[in-house]
Design a protein around this ligand. Structure first.
Ligand code: FMN
Length: 318
């Protein structure tokens, strides 16, 4: 059983300290652990190599950036039995390195639901698609929690396609300066517990939630809601399920029906991912393919309007 951790923070910084506390706890439970510093990796942004959609879909080394560390990171993830990721908060969200990691390593090529819709499993996966338990750690320096609001929700977006089943997440705030993480015993203990929770889930095969129980959404255990204006209908923007909100004894309460529709929309479930893939196929077949020639013709107007596009210094001929 191997637990692989990824840090998008400073080498030796706060995210890494919490990750190492979690890994020490997991190792004591008997799982093998390893830590990858994304700052050490050569990793370029996904450039959405349309019209071929993703050149890495069947062979991860075919990515236009095939020579960077993406293929190695994909291998490390597929070889793992559990996953923890930690990232610092930069302007409310995790740092851009985390988003680059998500877009290059995960996304459609790692979508475990694709095989159910008749798409061949890529050669590089070699039968290693499986549900893994995971943990998320977000670290912000601000004392007010709302300055870290999109940390865990964005970290969550790394988990959907490859079916990483989050068993715990922790949102640290008020830890800013390098090594400050060592001074706050409460957060260190919380990271220790998170490491134990992920290890227990790996060792028992029981991927049920082990984190804080006072959360609003029953499936991703976050407190974010999209409210449809003029109604009492709410949707969780992270997992996609819907419910209704009301006030009882002065307290807002959300009723989340255990319905077929919610199972079909929940992107944490295989069914939710299948719904999304079908939507993509439908959208292309209905709204694009019959009109492809027309779209190409209309695009000429925008392609030829290029006097406004600047060439950055790095691309200017010397
Ligand atoms: C560019 C930048 C933006 C930041 N924005 C936020 C922020 O919006 N909210 C917050 O709580 N902390 C913010 N911070 C503070 C970091 O999240 C904090 O220092 C964190 O402990 C760094 O983690 P690390 O040591 O793992 O890199 C920001 C830091 C930087 C460098």
């Amino acid at each position: 059983m191997k637990l692989t951790a990824f840090s998008a923070g400073r080498p030796g910084g706060n995210s890494e300290i919490y990750l190492k506390e979690a890994l020490m706890a997991a190792e004591a439970k008997g799982v093998e652990v390893e830590l990858i510093r994304l700052t050490d990796c050569d990793l370029h942004n996904c450039r959405d190599c349309s019209p071929n959609f993703c050149l890495a879909q069947t062979d991860v080394t075919k990515c236009p950036y095939g020579k960077d560390d993406c293929a190695w990171l994909v291998e490390k993830f597929l070889d793992s039995d559990g996953y923890i990721i930690a990232a610092p908060v930069f302007s409310l969200t995790p740092s851009s390195l985390l988003v680059t990691f998500r877009d290059r390593v995960f996304g459609p090529k790692m979508d475990v639901a694709s095989a159910d819709l008749g798409m061949p499993e890529p050669e590089f996966v070699k039968g290693r698609f499986k549900a893994r338990p995971g943990g998320l750690i977000s670290v912000g320096g601000a004392l007010t929690e709302h300055w870290t609001s999109l940390g865990i929700p964005t970290l969550y977006t790394t988990t959907f396609s490859a079916q990483t089943e989050i068993v715990d997440h922790m949102n640290v705030f008020g830890v800013a300066d390098r090594f400050a993480a060592t001074l706050n015993e409460k957060w260190l203990q919380r990271a220790h517990a998170l490491g134990e929770h992920v290890a227990d889930a790996m060792l028992t095969g029981d991927h049920s939630w082990r984190g804080d129980t006072d959360r609003v959404c029953p499936t991703c255990h976050l407190d974010m809601l999209m409210l449809k204006p003029g109604t009492n209908e709410v949707t969780c923007p992270i997992c996609g399920i819907s419910g209704t909100i009301s006030v009882k004894d002065g307290v807002a309460v959300v009723d989340w029906p255990d319905s077929e529709e919610n199972r079909a929309q929940n992107r944490q479930l295989i069914d939710g991912k299948k719904t999304h893939l079908k939507e993509i196929f439908y959208c292309r077949a209905t709204y694009y393919e019959p009109y492809e020639a027309e779209a190409k013709e209309k695009a000429k107007k925008y392609e030829s309007y290029k006097a406004c596009v600047l060439t950055p210094p790095s691309r200017q001929k010397k």
